[in-house]
Design a binder for this molecule. Structure first.
Ligand code: SF4
Ligand code: SF4
Length: 82
């Protein structure tokens, strides 16, 4: 999963673009729910939010390192739940 750092300027660009609805407004800045973030696996070649963020504040979350297979499995779980 990816994460949003406190460099976030709340520009609102990433939230509507996440295909998994993993991004929402937190107490002060936007947040990514790591249970929903597939790093865009299953949807796009690259993590959409990280590509779009104007201040490049969306790195990999070091506490949520996943293989491509794990991300694909998460995508399939999320899709099945819809
Ligand atoms: Fe959503 Fe993709 Fe960003 Fe994860 S990497 S939060 S799935 S847009
Ligand atoms: Fe924050 Fe970047 Fe999302 Fe804008 S695109 S709200 S700066 S994380």
């Amino acid at each position: 999963a990816l994460m949003i750092t406190d460099d976030c300027i709340n520009c609102d660009v990433c939230e509507p673009e996440c295909p998994n609805d993993a991004i929402s407004m937190g107490l002060e800045i936007y947040e990514i729910d790591p249970h929903k973030c597939t790093e865009c696996v299953g949807h796009f070649e690259e993590p959409t939010c990280a590509v779009l963020c104007p201040v490049a504040c969306i790195p990999l979350n070091p506490a949520w390192r996943e293989s491509r297979e794990e991300l694909q499995a998460k995508y399939e779980r999320l899709t099945a739940a819809k």
